[in-house]
Design a protein around this ligand. Structure first.
Ligand code: GDP
Ligand code: IMO
Ligand code: MG
Length: 423
């Protein structure tokens, strides 16, 4: 009768999808609680790779229910595309999928507003995924949004028209921004029709009933703590609470139902899109990590910026989320790199600090590194931590000592099987 939460501690793409898939067999329900098609969660097993955007990563397990919670924003076109692909491989996937009536809808005009806003910002752009995430959450908090439950109302078209009229006014404020809504609407309405045929539920009582019956739930985060709207590197963030509290508001579960909080981090750092990144590498080491780690966005294909592990940022993320167990991903990528650096503090305005300052700005902040020996062994073939080289064991021990939370899982490759438990 508990909810466990799994979330990213960095700037997203930590490997959440892979680990949710690995852990799913322990749960009755997997639920997404925020974000939307800006997410790209990659799963690999039996020689196949799958990328999920809105659908929870438990979907390949046949006896588990997957719920898209109220905190998620859904683009019906992307959602249908994702399901069409899935159904080709998993014909009965719809039987294990439920959608919250309170999830908000991404309209074609939300995507247009995202594009218009980004282009107007020029060099200061957020580097959004252009999926309409920001404008949709703006309408949610501005109390103008359309929700999945609205598509079941008789006056849905009227509600849609009202909101689009507002959006057209906003779009007219972006001089020179051209668009053709007539081209986008038929596909969107066809996808809405499809959405109507799916299992739309009141998800909060569904979770409550299941918890009362003793069933277990895993809440799957999207993005990462440093992209959180309140606690991330604002304004270079996404528009939802990616942190543990987001699971409460994005599912309607109480804080005291949460038990384990699994914090996922890469053995280094990556970031896609704009914004500060204190430990970013601009040299051959960064390029090697990017190439070896195949660091290209699962949603947009953009190259991910790479840098060293940042412990002040990791500690901050652990505290914000109440992380009980850490899971370290992609250490295999660092094999053969030579000595490794770990950021343990920052120099900020001439002072040494070990916390994230209010103004996380690259030209104000200088990381202070500890250098540690790396390893050359290929970790990807290893199946137990006994096989780890001593230098890698020391890397793990160093992090655990610095942050004070155990690393209970180490991932050494993209495949489901390349996962080592340390409990
Ligand atoms: P998510 O958004 O947090 O689910 O992560 P992404 O799927 O966007 O990015 C993680 C990428 O790393 C994917 O391509 C995964 O297949 C891959 N991956 C996950 N874990 C590991 C690992 O331990 N080693 C390596 N080499 N790749 C991994
Ligand atoms: P997953 O779940 C990495 C980044 C974008 C941009 C900023 C705002 O796969 O870890 P948005 O489209 O949300 O308005 O973009 O957030 N971003 C992500 N980066 N992984 C993600 O999701 C991301 N979702 C959004 O690149 O910098
Ligand atoms: Mg991703």
């Amino acid at each position: 009768m508990a909810v466990d939460v799994l979330l990213g501690l960095q700037w997203g793409d930590e490997g959440k999808g892979k680990i949710v898939d690995v852990l799913t067999k322990e749960y009755d329900i997997i639920a997404r609680f925020q974000g939307g098609p800006n997410a790209g969660h990659t799963l690999e097993f039996e020689g196949k790779k799958h990328v999920l955007h809105t659908i929870p990563s438990g979907v390949f397990h046949h006896d588990v229910m997957n719920v898209v919670g109220n905190g998620v924003v859904i683009d019906p076109v992307i959602f249908k595309g994702e399901l069409d692909k899935l159904i080709a491989q998993e014909p009965d996937v719809l039987k294990r999928l439920k959608i919250s009536r309170k999830a908000h809808l991404i309209l074609p005009t939300h995507r247009l507003l995202d594009a218009a806003s980004e282009s107007a910002k020029g060099k200061k752009k957020i580097g959004s995924t252009l999926k309409g995430i920001g404008p949709t959450y703006m309408d949610k908090t501005g109390r103008n949004g359309l929700r999945v439950g609205d598509i079941q109302l008789d006056n849905f078209q009227e509600l849609y028209d009202q909101l689009v009229t507002k959006h057209k006014q906003l779009l007219s404020g972006y001089a020179g921004f051209e668009y053709n809504l007539d081209e986008l609407e038929p596909t969107w309405f066809a996808a809405i029709e499809y959405l109507r045929s799916l299992d739309i539920i009141d998800s909060e009582p569904y979770f409550h009933t299941n918890l009362a019956a003793g069933n277990t739930i895993l809440a799957e985060g999207a993005q990462g703590t440093l992209l959180d709207i309140d606690f991330g590197s604002y304004p270079f963030v996404t528009s939802s609470n990616t942190t543990c509290a987001g699971a409460c508001t994005g599912m309607g579960i109480a804080p005291n139902t949460i038990k384990n909080v699994y914090g996922i981090f890469k053995a280094y750092c990556t970031r896609v899109g704009s914004g500060p990144f204190p430990t970013e590498l601009f040299d051959i080491t960064g390029e090697t990590i990017q190439a070896n780690g195949r660091e290209f966005g699962a949603t947009t294909g953009r190259p991910r910026r790479c840098g060293w592990l940042d412990l002040p940022a990791l500690k901050y993320a652990i505290n914000i989320n109440g992380v009980t167990e850490l899971m370290m991903m992609k250490a295999d990528v660092l094999s053969g790199i030579g000595n490794l650096k770990i950021c343990t503090a920052y120099k900020y305005n001439g002072e040494v600090i070990d916390h994230l300052p209010y103004k996380l700005q690259d030209d104000l902040i200088e990381p202070i590194f500890t250098e540690v020996p790396g390893w050359d062994e290929d970790l990807m073939q290893m199946t137990s931590e006994d096989e780890f080289p001593q230098t890698f064991k020391s890397y793990i021990a160093f992090i655990e000592k610095e942050v004070g939370v155990p690393i209970t899982l180490v991932s050494v490759g993209p495949d489901r099987a390349q996962t080592i438990l340390r409990k």
